[in-house]
Design a protein around this ligand. Structure first.
Ligand SMILES: Cc1cc2nc3c(=O)[nH]c(=O)nc-3n(C[C@H](O)[C@H](O)[C@H](O)COP(=O)(O)OP(=O)(O)OC[C@H]3O[C@@H](n4cnc5c(N)ncnc54)[C@H](O)[C@@H]3O)c2cc1C
Length: 347
């Protein structure tokens, strides 16, 4: 039995994988070990065997909010959950696994008549990380939409899947309990608040999922991500379903393309917003005249002051240099140090 697990582990565990290909930043050196489980059972096997080997583990989703190191620590196993992408839907609830793209939720909403997830349209990243980060767009955040979250506690020798209710998850602005616990989110149930009487397009949902799985692995490029979801949306509008595209989703497209979200490699806003000085971080960077400042291959976005872009083969060191420059300038002028939103992985 255990031998089977070692065998599966060896099959799932790839060697010398460039982390740059696993992040929307396009930055990161070679991971000694890398795994892409497709099911909870595969994840548990990977966790079990890697623990017996005493390996350090880093679990992540689609890499849209992580700056990987230029030289990852030797012997570390990086585990991406992006292939754990499944969904089951019935009339009053959905169960979604962690690897499902956040943007997919908005399209599933269109197919089921729910507007609850329109705000995730074109938001890069996975559902599990969306819970971990409590991802938000304007006034809506993922933590407000989930009912029960399933997770594995890494300190539990049995690695059993447990449940926690959303109200116990300490969701706050870009915060959740998961940021302070050795827990891996494997999925969550959502209670769908509204049904407008549309027919259930179950076949449409499985078609979407199949399209996504066929393209999976290629969506770390933000441009491919945008092309995929915007063309799936057009297909729902123009295809036999003739679904009307809600105004908020059209506005999101305009906002994100206008701010060049999909033109350059980035991890979105670098810092959490902090209105201590009365304005967003992006507005402060603008006032400090830092937009467009470059270092190595990195540049502070000329379009949005709170984004630091990989313009041309930037290294993690280039991005961190610009991050320090912004932090120091804000500290000197406005008296506080902005907290990074992008997760910075140590070497
Ligand atoms: C162009 C652009 C625009 C963006 N706009 C927004 C926005 O409007 N609002 C917003 O909130 N964010 C935004 N982001 C950030 C990003 O979309 C979210 O943070 C998203 O939730 C990241 O998902 P991911 O799978 O890529 O996470 P990753 O980068 O893979 O991981 C992020 C963190 O979550 C942890 N994590 C990931 N999965 C799990 C899991 N299953 N269990 C436990 N921990 C986990 C990782 O360890 C890591 O610490 C943007 C990013 C980009 C590139």
């Amino acid at each position: 039995m255990m031998n089977d697990r070692y065998e599966l582990f060896n099959k799932l565990c790839l060697r010398h994988v460039p982390l740059s290909e696993q992040s929307s930043y396009g930055i990161g050196g070679l991971a000694d070990y890398f795994a892409l489980p497709a099911t909870v059972e595969q994840l548990v096997t990977i966790l079990e065997v890697s623990s017996l080997y005493g390996m350090e583990r880093v679990v992540f989703g689609m890499g849209s909010n992580i700056l990987f190191p230029d030289q990852p620590k030797q012997g570390t196993l990086y585990i991406s959950l992006k292939n754990m992408a499944n969904i089951s839907v019935d009339e009053s609830s959905w169960f979604l696994t962690s690897g499902l793209p956040l943007s997919m939720l908005s399209l599933v909403g269109l197919l089921t008549g729910s507007s609850a997830f329109q705000f995730t349209y074109l938001m890069p990243g996975s559902f599990g990380a969306g819970i971990y980060m409590n991802a938000k767009y304007y006034k809506e955040q993922v933590g407000d939409k989930v009912a029960t979250i399933s997770y594995i506690d890494l300190t539990d020798p049995a690695l059993a899947v447990r449940q926690i209710r959303a109200e116990d998850c300490e969701f706050a602005y870009k915060q959740s309990i998961f940021q302070h616990k050795p827990w891996i989110i494997v999925g969550a149930e959502i209670t769908v608040p509204e049904q407008d009487g549309m027919n259930f397009h179950v076949d449409g949902i499985s078609r979407l999922l199949t399209h996504y799985k066929d393209s999976n692995g290629k969506l770390s490029s933000l441009f491919s991500f945008y092309s995929f979801f915007s063309s799936e949306l057009r297909e729902l509008q123009r295809g036999r379903r003739r679904i009307d595209i809600p105004e908020p989703m059209l506005d999101i497209d305009q906002y994100r393309t206008g701010n060049r979200h999909f033109t350059y490699r980035s991890c979105g806003s670098f810092f959490k917003n902090n209105y201590a000085a009365g304005s967003s971080i992006g507005a402060l960077v603008d006032r400090l005249g830092l937009k467009g400042v470059a270092h190595g291959g990195g540049i502070i976005s000329p379009y949005h002051g709170n984004m630091i872009l990989n313009a041309a083969n930037a290294t993690a060191a280039d991005i961190l240099y610009l991050k320090d420059m912004v932090s120091e300038a804000i500290h000197q002028r406005y008296g506080f140090i902005p907290e990074p939103e992008v997760v910075i992985m140590k070497e």
